[in-house]
Design a protein around this ligand. Structure first.
Ligand code: AMP
Ligand code: MG
Length: 659
């Protein structure tokens, strides 16, 4: 293979890794210019104020009535009771916005509207509800004190007051204040312009049809939103392949147009990762490699004088580095606190966590509420998964030098979003449309459901992470779930009968290869797509293959070697369906309901049982009781039957096994 681009792109190691602290010190020297502009108050929403605003007028500018009623001299009403009213002479009527003529004298009253100017002579307002009209007179049934139902000039704001401080975020309340003191414009901070260049020959834009070996550019869009969240103005500079000249020319454009330049991808020390060579040759390389996890292959530098960050291509790494190192810089330039105190909460670790200890690690966690406490569980994803952050509620920081956190330990979780409400129930398990139906029937419960294979789910309940798991594990005996649990060594658990569903072969529409059973996968040269080890569907397949192998006097291995695609593992039912729909595979295993949803043909193989496993202690928990009741409910069962291949079991909702 030849190396594209520049002769300098030979393999190089990271130089000295710097700590996160050192990186921050270096970055502090990049002060981005703070720029301001005047904007009409109608366009100021969400901006950060860059001036102190003083009132050059009092609010209210005059003494006014707070009620509809009668302006009076308070002392004229003293001694009044419900049964003994006082008679005052009506001398006029004052509307809002009009300057009253005349004076309210002894024994007199003037009708007044809310917001109208208090006439001379009056010092209180009697509510209209406490009065009666009698010809030209008003009968007052309740005494008022001086000042009652009146707002004095300047009660709200006195002319000369500091009403808004520089740095205030302009929300509806602040904008109301600006208008109340008569301002038409406000001076606000201008967002720094932040360019994002995505590098990588494998990238395509969402909307284009993916060709083999390509992925969608997700970083540019995630970063664009993150820049906006930090009050920057993103400028998406598109995708450039791993090509020295092309990258360099876009960087030059970025340096002209932007205040800060970000790239994603091409930052490792491997051949082909050329960003740091470009910085070294054409710019200023300040640091390459930071001791944070994720995010080690990060580059800090300048290009044509503009601050530059080379973020790793891995989406989670790019986001973590952005939020830790880049966002504070943008916020400061936008007039905001660079390190706002984000939402935090204390939680107990559901499992012990280990870290390599060599660098500061930001571990993303999910949260779940239970009995008034919050548990945090690590989001375990292969490195590079885009959904890692989407499934996380927050993160914990494991300092450099700490390699282990104990299960049950209390940790501080930094929340990824301000308005976070941890779910009440964490479901994990094998994907099942029946589970979605259950969740739909519990609309007042917040449930998070995470699809992992059946055996992954068993691990999660063993560790105390999940509250309920869904499993369909076939034993050699032909029975589901119970034999598996009997030999699993799991204790203190209870198995709740779920329902039955049909699993089988997913085939292209019309079944062009005329496939009729599992033996066809072995004997006919079809392209198969498998499911991941640990999934119940994989167990189902292997159980069938084992019996075919036994009939033919072969080992399972010898048999599976004959299957094209046995090693290709799809992560979900839907991924199998997609592969078949797109013509990438000829056959795979999955649910009848999935076949129906995807317009595929289907050959039934097994009537499975899908059950729910909970901790014995939780059996009487309200949420678990509700799920059990639902499974037994006639209406729910009728809806379940509408899913192709799904039927309730006579024991649905019953505890069928405990240990
Ligand atoms: P790199 O930093 O170029 O070695 O890339 C690391 C990983 O991140 C590779 O799997 C890339 O395909 C992936 N990646 C790079 N850029 C992006 C991007 N803009 N969006 C999504 N993934 C990316
Ligand atoms: Mg790359």
């Amino acid at each position: 293979m030849s190396q594209q681009g520049h002769p300098h792109a030979e393999r190089k190691e990271f130089r000295q890794l710097i700590s996160a602290e050192q990186a921050r010190t270096l970055i502090d020297q990049f002060d981005l210019p703070q720029r301001t502009e005047a904007v009409p108050i109608a366009e100021a929403y969400g901006k950060v104020l860059a001036e102190n605003v003083y009132a050059d007028q009092s609010v209210p500018p005059f003494t006014r009535s707070l009620m509809d009623g009668y302006a009076v001299r308070a002392k004229n009403t003293f001694g009044t009771e419900e049964t003994k009213s006082i008679r005052l002479k009506l001398v006029g009527q004052i509307e809002a916005g009009v300057v009253p003529e005349g004076v309210v004298g002894e024994g007199e009253a003037a009708e007044i509207a809310t917001g109208a100017l208090i006439p001379e002579g009056a010092d209180a307002v009697v509510m209209v509800e406490r009065t009666d009209l009698d010809g030209e007179d008003v009968l007052v049934r309740k005494a008022v004190a001086p000042g009652e139902n009146i707002m004095n000039a300047g009660d709200d704001i006195v002319s000369g007051d500091l009403v808004l401080r520089s740095g205030a975020r302009l929300t509806p309340r602040e904008i109301g204040v600006l208008a109340a003191v008569g301002r038409t414009e406000a001076t606000v901070y201008r967002s720094p312009i932040v360019g994002i260049l995505s590098t990588g020959d494998e990238l395509m834009e969402p909307g284009q049809a993916l060709t083999p070996g390509k992925i969608y550019n997700s970083n540019a869009y995630a970063l664009q939103a993150a820049i906006e969240e930090a009050d920057g103005e993103p400028r998406n500079l598109g995708i450039v392949g791993d090509d020295w000249e092309a990258i360099e020319s876009v960087l030059q454009q970025a340096a002209r147009e932007c205040d800060l330049i970000l790239t994603s991808g091409s930052t490792s020390a491997g051949a082909g990762d050329i960003i740091y060579h470009i910085l070294e040759e054409q710019g200023e390389l300040i640091a390459h490699g930071i001791k944070i996890k994720p995010g080690k292959p990060t580059i800090i530098g300048r290009f044509d004088g503009k601050p530059f960050f080379g973020l790793p291509g891995n989406p989670a790494s790019a986001y973590v580095v952005f939020s830790n190192l880049v966002a504070p810089l943008i916020r400061a330039a936008a007039g905001r606190d660079p390190h706002p105190r984000t939402g935090r909460l204390r939680a107990r670790l559901a499992v012990s966590i280990s870290s390599d200890g060599g660098r500061l690690e930001q571990k993303h966690v999910g949260l779940v509420r239970s009995d008034g406490r919050v548990r945090a569980y690590p989001i375990e994803k292969v490195s590079g998964a885009v959904t890692l952050l989407a499934q996380a509620d927050g993160y914990i920081k494991i300092p450099e030098g700490t390699s282990h956190l104990e299960e049950g330990e209390e940790v501080e979780v930094v929340l990824l979003s301000e308005e976070l409400d941890p779910p009440q129930l964490l479901f994990m398990g094998s994907y099942c449309p029946g589970v979605n139906l259950i969740i739909e029937h519990l609309p007042d419960l917040t449930v998070r459901s995470i699809n992992v294979g059946s055996t992954g789910a068993v691990r999660a309940i063993r560790k105390g992470i999940a509250d309920v798991i869904g499993i369909h594990l076939l034993d050699r005996s032909g029975e589901y779930n119970v034999p598996y649990l009997q030999t699993s060594g799991l204790t203190e658990i209870a198995l709740i009968r779920g329902y039955r569903r049909i699993n089988g072969l997913l085939l292209p529409k019309g079944n062009p290869a005329d496939v009729s059973g599992i033996a066809d996968i072995v004997d006919r040269n079809l392209r198969f797509i498998n499911r991941a080890r640990g999934s119940g569907t994989r167990t189902l397949l292997d159980t069938h293959l084992k019996s075919i192998a036994a009939e033919r006097d072969l080992s399972l291995k010898q048999l599976t070697q004959r299957i094209t695609g046995y090693e290709v593992e799809a992560s979900s039912h839907s991924a199998v369906a997609a592969a078949i729909r797109n013509g990438v595979a000829d056959v795979g295993l999955g649910l009848e309901a999935i076949a129906a949803m995807n317009g595929l043909d289907f050959v039934p193989i097994a009537k499975e049982i899908y059950d729910f496993l909970v901790r014995k202690d939780d059996l009487e928990r309200d949420m678990i009781l509700r799920i059990r009741k639902l499974l037994q409910d006639q209406g729910f069962q009728a809806e379940l039957r509408k899913l192709p291949g799904f039927v309730p079991d006579p024991n649905s909702g019953q505890v069928i096994f405990q240990s």
